[in-house]
Design a protein around this ligand. Structure first.
Ligand code: NAP
Length: 360
């Protein structure tokens, strides 16, 4: 297996990735990040190698990635890390995977597709619960050939994400608060936050009809990728997040707050507020995938309950890293959708003790 470097190893998700990967036989793991003290503390009991480097000097990053086969980037917000680390990975010939849920950073990495393909390197964004789960569900439907060539709406709906960690909250703050991406007839558009809602029943875990609001999840882009690769056309693709009855008020507040993010003091204040919330326990998450036929009749309506989303994200990142570390090279060069990479890994769903499929 090719050596795997985990950057951002001592973050909340990074630690879970290290913990899960260290349990597997045959891995050569290298822990990396910018704080040598925290790296040493994490690596010592596991007997693992560490490399401390920041991402602002490309030569230092390239040196940090020497002899590495796969880079797993667990350091977010990804606006500050994804493109830099992906470019350096390409330069040293290492595959790159991250847990990116940010639209702008996702596009920056995707734009490196040709460079990566020419350098015989794979790029995988979003090896995490969002968009990993919806992408995995959709890719397995495509593989089983249960979808016709033309579809109505495809919706990805998440239950309310209670108990997010500080990293995810800082990432949310960096993301678009006032507009939401949708794909209509294959064309990307944006709609104002709070003007597009969907009523959903999440099943036994969260019964009853609940309001979900259109949200800027990269699941929309991942689903569009998977459908395009299979030459399937959908009338619309949109992601939603459960927002409760105060959703319109929240949407208006988010749109109002959007310009505040340009103030120099806004980022440290958001980081401080996020860190105060870090101790909140994470609630189970329900991910729903709904697919309509061209006449708008329900074709697929699936739910996954994920009791611990951070562990599940780590499991998806570890599965992606394992595939890349063992991959037959030609099968993975260039931009690779997370669903396409993990398709056929049905054991991922069952082996993740936290994943419980509910189909209807
Ligand atoms: N899509 C999903 O489903 C999903 C799931 C889980 C996590 N995530 C994403 O993964 C990222 C990490 O989440 P987390 O909860 O683990 O956050 P966290 O606990 O705050 O950890 C963030 C890590 O990133 C490092 N980091 C941040 N900015 C950096 C920079 N500019 N240069 C180098 N290192 C940097 C931090 O190191 P320092 O302490 O040295 O700053 C830390 O190790 C977030 O963006 C989050 O949204 C996504």
């Amino acid at each position: 297996m090719r050596p795997v470097l985990i950057y951002g190893a001592y973050g909340r998700t990074g630690r879970l990735i290290v913990e899960q990967a260290a349990r597997l036989p045959g891995w050569r793991l290298i822990l990396a990040g910018r704080d040598p003290g925290r790296l040493a503390e994490l690596a010592r009991p596991l007997g693992l190698e560490t490399r401390a480097f920041t991402l602002d000097r490309p030569e230092a990053v390239r040196d940090g990635l020497r002899e590495v086969g796969v880079v797993v980037n667990a350091a977010g917000p990804y606006a500050a890390t994804a493109e830099r680390l992906a470019k350096s990975a390409i330069r040293v010939g290492a595959h790159y995977a991250d847990l990116c849920g940010e639209e702008a950073a996702w596009r920056q990495v995707k734009a490196l597709d040709r460079l990566a393909a020419e350098s015989r390197v794979a790029l995988v964004c979003g090896a995490a619960v969002t968009p990993g789960l919806s992408a995995l569900l959709l890719a397995s439907l495509v593989a089983r050939q249960v979808l016709p060539r033309f579809l109505g709406e495809v919706r990805i709906v998440l239950s309310r994400p209670d108990g997010l960690g500080s990293g995810s909250l800082r990432t949310l703050w960096e993301s678009s608060l006032d507009r939401v991406l949708v794909v209509r007839q294959g064309v990307e558009r944006t709609v104002p936050v709070g003007r597009h809602e969907h009523l959903i029943d999440f099943g036994a875990t969260r019964p009853g009809p609940r309001i979900a609001m259109a949200a800027g999840l990269v699941d929309t882009l991942a689903v569009a990728d998977t459908l395009a690769a299979a030459a399937i056309r959908a009338d619309g693709i949109c992601s939603f997040v459960e927002a409760g009855s105060g959703s319109r008020w929240l949407a208006d507040a988010a749109a109002w707050a959007a310009p505040l993010r340009t103030l120099p003091t806004s980022r440290p204040m958001a980081a401080l507020a996020a860190s105060l919330l870090d101790a909140t326990p994470v609630e189970p998450l329900v991910v729903a995938l709904q697919v309509e036929d061209p006449w708008r009749a329900p074709l697929v309506d699936q739910r996954f309950t994920v009791p611990e989303p951070y562990s599940a994200s780590a499991a998806i990142a570890v599965a992606a890293a394992r595939l890349l570390a063992q991959a037959q090279p030609e099968s993975v060069y260039g931009w690779k959708g997370i669903g396409t990479l993990l398709r056929g890994q049905s054991e991922l769903a069952t082996s993740m003790d936290s994943l419980e499929p509910i189909s209807r």
